[in-house]
Each structure stands twice: as C-alpha cells, then as structure tokens.
Design a protein around this ligand. Structure first.
Ligand code: E4P
Length: 217
C-alpha cells in the first residue's frame, strides 16, 4: 500500500518524508489556499518545491472545467516535473481529458469520486489513480469504506490497472480499514499516519525495559 500525505504544508511533507515511508503527496486548491499559496507562478513553484522533497508522485489539480482548459493546464503542470500527476475532477469534460492524457502518456488522478459508476468511467478513460473521498461520504452518513470495497471488486473483475487512492482519510482507522480492503494507496494528514505508531503497551513496555536497564547499569 502506498502512503501519500494530503497537504501542501512543506514542514509536514518534510516530516513524513524523513520517516522514510512516504510515496507521494496529494494537494488540492483548498490545501494550497490554506498555506497561503496564491497566483499561478507561486502555485507552480510550490509544486516544484514539493517534488524536490519527496521521491514519489505529486498530484497537482487543474482549475479549468472545460476540455480545452483542462488539457492546456494539465500539460503545463505535467511539464513542471516528472513526478507531477495531473488531478482532474470527475466531470464529463474531465473524463474526456483523462482519456486524452492517457493517450499522451500523462498520468492522472481522477478526483471527487463518490460512486462506483464514476470510478468505472475513470478506469475506462485510463486514469492512473481514482480518488474516492471516504471521509466526505462518512460526513453525510454514507459508508465511505463500502465504496472502496465496491470499487476494488469492480476493478478486480476486469483487471483495470487504475489504482484506488483512498482520499479524504480523516483518521488512523481509515488507513487500517483501507489496507484490509486492498486500496492501492491512501492519502491522509500526517496525524493519521503517525497514529499508526501508537500503542499504550509499546509505551509502557519501553518504559519498563529502560527502567530495568537503568537500575542495573
Ligand atoms: C485528496 O486528493 C483530497 O485532496 C483530499 O483527500 C480531500 O480531503 P478532505 O475531505 O479532508 O478535504
């Protein structure tokens, strides 16, 4: 399972990278705005900066919603760095653009996916990644993990190569549940990844080992 961090915050990206388990980064316009990154040039430079920190894929989202606009923006983003994956919204024009990009060898992440039907279309168009937003489904009392399970079944039925990128991860249990289901990738905040480290028996066990050592040395 690949681990992506879902942020545009440079300190958090560096911290996850230093842990040695990071496979990539996902961003979106809201996450860029949260870090105060505005203006086309600053946004592009920020993507390059992120690519230089991590070894893996960096999703950069287009703002356009028409085919020509998505293609123009996506090609410019892909030119920035080899690690860029063009993030395209799940809309009709987006599907057309994903098909175009896949024929050109430009990798894509189909974002804002909330149903199996949408995931099926993204795979048929040749998306590299599909991003079902599980946290946002949970927010409206719909089982986000169930969607991951259903997409896994459909993709396996037809051996689609599109990778399931479980997005909108909110906490550590989401990561564990996605791993059990067989999501190819998860993207979440640093806190959800660090939560995997924690167990009270690890803490008390280590405390006892160190105390015993210190008593006798
Ligand atoms: C993923 O690519 C999205 O940017 C992200 O996971 C959305 O998460 P949110 O629902 O917590 O905003």
């Amino acid at each position: 399972m690949k681990f992506f961090i879902d942020t545009a915050n440079i300190d958090q990206i560096k911290e996850a990278q230093d842990l040695g388990i990071l496979d990539g980064v996902t961003t979106n316009p809201s996450l860029m705005a949260k870090e105060g990154i505005t203006g086309e040039e600053n946004i592009k430079n920020h993507y390059i900066k992120i690519c230089e920190i991590v070894d893996g894929d960096v999703s950069a989202e287009v703002i356009s919603t028409d085919f020509e606009g998505i293609v123009k923006e996506g090609e410019a983003l892909a030119e920035l760095h080899d690690q860029i994956v063009v993030k395209v919204p799940m809309i009709k024009e987006g599907i057309k653009a994903i098909k175009y990009f896949s024929e050109k060898g430009i990798r894509t992440n189909c974002t804002l996916v909330f149903s199996v039907g949408q995931a099926l279309l993204a795979a048929k168009a040749g998306a590299t990644y599909v991003s079902p937003f599980i946290g946002r489904l949970d927010d409206i009392s719909t089982d986000g993990l169930n969607l991951i399970e259903e997409i896994r079944l459909v993709y396996d039925n037809y051996m689609f190569e599109t990778q399931i990128l479980a997005a909108s991860i909110r906490h550590t249990m989401h990561i564990i549940d996605c791993a059990k289901i067989g999501a190819d990738v998860m993207t979440g905040p640093l806190s959800s990844i660090e939560g995997l480290l924690k167990h009270p028996l690890t803490d008390s066990g280590l405390e006892k080992f160190l105390a015993d050592y210190n008593k006798n040395n």
